[in-house]
Design a protein. Structure first.
Length: 459
């Protein structure tokens, strides 16, 4: 039963209020309700409140009601524009003159690559081909990185340029798209069926307005790495590539060979090589049809080549297949071979199987070099409010320890635990930290160490 049928407002109620609207079936007694907001204004100036300023604010959340941190907001008024960053999943502009007009919006022109990988290209490609349709209007908004209100191969090209470092941002879009939180899409497979608002406009501020909530999605992140609490979870698979027997007399290339079977849908990695050795000219196709458009040379001066590839159909890889060749200006030497490393220094080293699951991988050499026995991803989600999860791979059963430090370098939490061979995960809860803020996580496994930043935001 609903507690009352009406609400009375007076001069003490100026501003925005969240209300619940109920409907009751008179025959069955069944009830349902929804939430909306109403704004109480003193248009005839009958209230003598004595207040000359008011506050405006609201929540910054995902389609799944999770807080979004590190959001840049813009407040426009007759006095000019104010731009401010908010990190707690909510925003607040205080002491604004009553009676003025205001416009509130997000200005997310930062961290474009966050959560965006070749897996997003894979998912967009499968949607375009009709193999795997998007299941919510938010996926369409995330996929439309070009901002032309449709999902096409142009979006794939734009994401690939971002992943490869060719472009630093999307040319016609922000890194996040925020809408008025209460907006309901009338057509789930066409979010552009009607115009939606990406800002709040107040014609004349009459009191506090604290429910200007925004709901947003990370542009380009179709796989929902940053805007879904379930997140993407890596499989316990690990693809090993081998190049130990790849030097062929008279050939200016090194063959990269698969050491296990996999049905491959896409892949990306950072390839590190020695700048003092033979000149690396590129990567040529073998079983995988790699083209120049799949390569990124932005970091070549630092000894890195980036690759982002996806196929229109899955490719069955068998153990012993040559995936691709590294092409040099002359016959490569054993020193060139030993300098090679596939890693996640710039973009994460990951492949995608026939289920679009993430498979971590690395390059090993059975002769002349010790195999890499540790690989670590990034915390997901990050920022987080309740908990974050970190995936890592170890090639043998071993003890792994991690420490959490605050901004002053003081250790606030440490733990040691034995983990099995293969893909593993550890979970960091908010109770292990001192509250919202920036922390540093240090993970140690044998002789390997990796440090990363954690950002915890309030509920």
């Amino acid at each position: 039963m609903i507690p009352f049928r009406s609400i009375r407002y007076n001069c003490d109620s100026l501003g925005m209020h969240r209300v619940s609207l109920w409907v009751t079936d008179q025959l069955t007694g069944l009830q349902d309700h929804c939430f909306t907001t109403i704004t109480i204004q003193d248009n005839n100036n009958v209230c003598n409140t004595g207040n000359f300023t008011a506050d405006v604010g609201g929540l910054l959340i995902t389609p799944y009601d999770q807080p979004v941190g590190n959001v840049r907001m813009k407040l426009e008024s007759p006095a000019g524009a104010i731009i401010r960053d908010f990190n707690q999943g909510k925003f607040l502009f205080e002491n604004l003159p009553i009676g003025d007009w205001y416009k509130i919006s997000t200005v997310m022109d930062l961290e474009y690559l966050d959560g965006v990988t070749t897996l997003d290209i894979v998912k967009i490609q499968r949607h375009i081909l009709g193999l795997e349709s998007f299941d919510s209007p938010w996926h369409y908004l995330a996929a439309d990185v070009t901002g032309d209100k449709k999902v096409t191969s142009a979006d794939i090209a734009a994401i690939r340029k971002l992943v490869l470092g060719i472009d630093a941002r999307f040319k016609n879009n922000m890194s996040w798209k925020f809408l008025e939180a209460n907006y309901k899409f009338p057509v789930t497979d066409d979010p552009w069926y009607e115009t939606f608002s990406e800002e709040y406009t107040v014609s004349g501020l009459s009191g506090d307005m604290m429910y200007m909530d925004f709901r947003g999605v990370k542009v380009g992140d179709v796989s929902q790495t940053t805007w879904n609490g379930l997140k993407r979870i890596d499989t316990r698979s690990h693809l090993i590539l081998d190049c130990s027997k790849s030097l062929i007399p008279g050939e200016n290339k090194i063959a990269i060979v698969a050491e296990s079977d996999i049905n491959l849908r896409g892949m990306q990695f950072s390839l590190r090589y020695d700048l003092k050795g033979s000149l690396l000219n590129g990567i040529s196709k073998a079983v995988i049809p790699i083209n120049p458009e799949h390569l990124g040379w932005k970091y070549a001066d630092n000894g890195y080549l980036l690759l982002s590839w996806h196929g229109e159909k899955d490719i069955q890889i068998a153990k012993g297949d040559v995936l691709f060749y590294l092409e040099y200006d002359q016959a490569p030497t054993s020193a060139d071979l030993e300098s090679l490393e596939i890693n996640s220094d710039i973009i994460s080293a990951e492949a995608y199987n026939a289920n679009s699951e993430i498979v971590s991988w690395n390059l090993e050499q059975s002769e002349g070099r010790k195999s890499l026995s540790f690989d670590c991803g990034d915390p997901i989600p990050n920022p987080f409010s309740r908990e974050t999860k970190l995936q890592f791979f170890i090639s043998s059963h071993m003890e792994v320890s991690y420490s959490i430090m605050d901004m002053n370098g003081s250790v606030i939490y440490t733990k040691r635990e034995n983990y099995r061979e293969g893909q593993n995960a550890l979970t960091i809860h908010k109770d292990q930290l001192s509250g919202p803020g920036v922390y540093f996580l240090k993970l140690e496994a044998g002789e390997y160490t990796k440090s990363m930043k954690l950002v915890m935001i309030g509920n």
